[in-house]
Design a protein around this ligand. Structure first.
Ligand SMILES: [Zn+2]
Ligand SMILES: [Zn+2]
Length: 277
């Protein structure tokens, strides 16, 4: 990747990575520090580390499995092919130019600003896997932090705990809570917001995958690549589609090449009735 090109995309990626690392460090510290003298919750820690490992590996593979046309042999222009004036080459159907990546992307969906990479044919599976593991991980972190908030405010009424989670700044500024309770409430809120963000995206993209569409095709109402939900899942998640979402470590080769796609045969015209002739 060229230097200046990467510099343009580095800031949101670094900000996202810093936020993710801070959350992970906070939750691990919370688990390790709180349990002094108590039996250590090994299953909880193991589950969180497994989720974190899956999420990080999905993010790594999403970024490294480039869906661009760089180094891809695009021989000849067939039906449905287009011409990209930026790349100065013919490109296959469903391919789109990304002005952030400055290259054409096979089966392009959108450019992910937080990870600095386009979502396309080769890395769709890792995007879904990252959203799934990220959403579950953030939900677990939110529950763990909410547990601390609850413990800190045990003598106070439930309404105060709820208010702290909804308006933490107000509670701190009015002196209703100390900084420790405020801090855990803010982290709980950040985890919940992140969880809803991941779950929302996961829901939307799962629907797109089941319908065999990209976001652009969904906007345009184009369903010609819909080959049935099972074939659509195989196209995105690979031949072992039933395992692919559970972990990014399992191999699941994609059945196609990202250049040619099967399409549904067009609906046949109804035969003219004799009386219309
Ligand atoms: Zn292009
Ligand atoms: Zn891009």
């Amino acid at each position: 990747m060229a230097g200046p090109e990467w510099k343009k995309r580095a800031l949101p990626v670094l900000a996202g990575a810093a936020l993710g690392s801070a959350l992970a460090a906070e939750v691990l510290a919370l688990l390790l520090l709180r349990r002094r003298g108590e039996p250590f919750p090994l299953p909880t820690l193991a589950a969180l580390l497994a989720l974190l490992g899956n999420a990080l590996e999905s993010a790594r593979r999403f970024v490294t499995a480039s869906p661009s046309t760089r180094g891809v042999m695009l021989a000849g222009a067939g039906q449905g092919w287009d011409y990209c004036y930026s790349c100065q080459t013919h490109v296959p159907p469903r391919c789109g130019h990304c002005f952030s990546c400055n290259v054409c992307i096979l089966r392009r969906d959108h450019h992910c600003t937080l990870l600095g990479q386009c979502l396309g044919y080769q890395n769709y599976r890792y995007f879904l896997s990252l959203l799934l593991h990220g959403a579950v991980l953030l939900l677990c972190c939110a529950v763990l932090n909410a547990d601390v908030v609850w413990t800190l405010l045990q003598e106070k009424p439930l309404a105060q705990t709820v208010l702290l989670l909804v308006l933490p700044w107000l509670m701190l500024l009015t002196g209703q809570v100390n900084f420790t309770a405020f801090f855990f409430a803010v982290v709980t809120d950040a985890c919940l917001a992140g969880c809803l963000f991941c779950a929302g995206f996961l829901f939307f993209h799962s629907l797109l995958v089941l319908r065999g569409q990209t976001t652009k095709e969904w906007f345009e109402g184009d369903r010609k690549y819909n080959m049935g939900w099972r074939a659509n899942l195989r196209e995105v998640l690979g031949k072992r589609w039933h395992l692919a979402l559970f972990t990014p470590f399992v191999a699941s080769p994609l059945p196609g090449d990202g250049i040619t796609f099967r399409t549904r045969p067009p609906k046949s015209e109804p035969l003219l009735k004799t009386r219309d002739l």
